[in-house]
Design a protein around this ligand. Structure first.
Ligand SMILES: Nc1ncnc2c1ncn2[C@@H]1O[C@H](COP(=O)(O)OP(=O)(O)OP(=O)(O)O)[C@@H](O)[C@H]1O
Ligand SMILES: [Mg+2]
Length: 317
């Protein structure tokens, strides 16, 4: 059993602007355990940032409950000691202060003694490879360095829960790799990490669990591998070196799809009937067509699904 560090139950939030109501978040529930990374995914405007702000105690939910390591950030100010957040655009920093000054300032603000704040600041700057920039104002750092400082600041009080809203936005390949490595390390220290990103390959690589939100509602929430598996196992692909016309006709009758010498099998129950038809022709390759998180995401978030892989769609029809 993993210890749950974040529990979000039935959150709702509507914004009212100029007489217009936006139902930004509707019945969102999430859980993250120690050492877990949850990728919180969804199209623009789906309600991710609003949810994160409600978790971080910055936006009051209309309904629902948040519990961080057992405490409610909207009723118990101690709960905020248990969470670190990097919101969109690393705006949790003072741009005219150096990285070390930022770390010490926010450390003291969150209850550390000056001595402890300074000591942790040194350790974090070293770990985030920023020690050579301790006297440069944040303003004059590169975007990737600023992002690293923002994450370090969110960790200064050693919170069990870290919220990262698009941590790799605008970063180059190397900085992205660094942030990915840091997220993995932070989780393996026993923390829970919630991250949003539009880079689904990063989400697929980093996350233990995925929650997908669309128009304010959760449309999937489960382990990343199980989700990919669920969308993958239904489809096989067989590659042949040659495929005579009479076999093609029989394969099509059965419901398989043929593209040159490749056969797509949209339904697992068709696998052996297809192999019977192919016998004894030589098979070059037989494999399951593994879905990517991008396939799954598009399938779950498109209002009228235009299938990425028409074969997957056939299988469910
Ligand atoms: N302060 C606000 N006032 C009014 N409406 C808001 C406010 N903040 C967000 N919204 C609306 O709530 C909805 C959800 O926005 P939110 O920022 O949570 O989406 P998101 O999933 O973070 O999107 P993105 O991927 O673009 O960052 C949108 O329709 C947005 O316009
Ligand atoms: Mg957002």
């Amino acid at each position: 059993m993993v210890m749950l560090l974040l529990q979000v139950q039935h959150l709702y939030k509507a914004y009212r602007t100029q007489g217009k109501i936006t139902h930004a978040v509707q019945d969102v529930s999430l859980e993250i355990g120690a050492q877990q990374v949850l990728a919180f995914l969804g199209p623009n405007g789906a309600g991710k940032t609003t949810t994160i702000k409600m978790i971080a105690g910055l936006v009051l939910p209309d309904r629902g409950a948040v519990s961080i390591a057992g405490r409610d950030p909207h009723h118990d100010s101690q709960a905020l000691r248990s969470v670190g957040a990097v919101l969109e655009g690393s705006r949790n920093l003072y741009w005219r202060l150096t990285p070390a000054e930022n770390l010490e300032y926010f450390g003291v603000l969150r209850g550390l003694s000056r001595r402890v704040a300074r000591q942790r600041s040194r350790v974090l700057l070293d770990r985030f490879e920023l020690s050579h920039k301790t006297t440069t104002n944040v303003q004059k750092l590169s975007r990737g360095m600023q992002q690293k400082v923002a994450i370090a600041v969110a960790l200064i009080h050693e919170p069990p829960l870290l919220l990262l809203d698009e941590p790799t936005l605008g970063l180059d390949v190397e900085a992205t790799q660094t942030v990915k490595r840091l997220v993995r390390e932070i989780a393996s220290e026993g923390r829970a990490v919630l991250l949003t990103t539009h880079q689904l390959d990063i989400a697929e690589e980093l996350s233990d669990r995925v929650a997908i939100i669309n128009q304010g509602k959760i449309v999937a929430e489960q382990s990343t591998q199980a989700l990919l598996q669920q969308f993958s196992s239904a489809v096989y692909r067989v590659e042949m070196s040659a495929l005579p016309d009479d076999r093609v006709a029989r394969l099509l009758d059965l419901g398989a799809l043929v593209e040159g010498t490749t056969i797509h099998i949209p339904d697992p129950t068709l696998l052996y009937p297809v192999l019977d038809i192919l016998k004894p022709l030589p098979i070059v390759r037989l494999e399951t067509e593994r879905a990517t998180l991008t396939d799954v995401f598009l399938k779950l978030t498109q209002a009228t699904p235009t299938p990425i892989n028409p074969l997957l769609n056939r299988a469910t029809n």
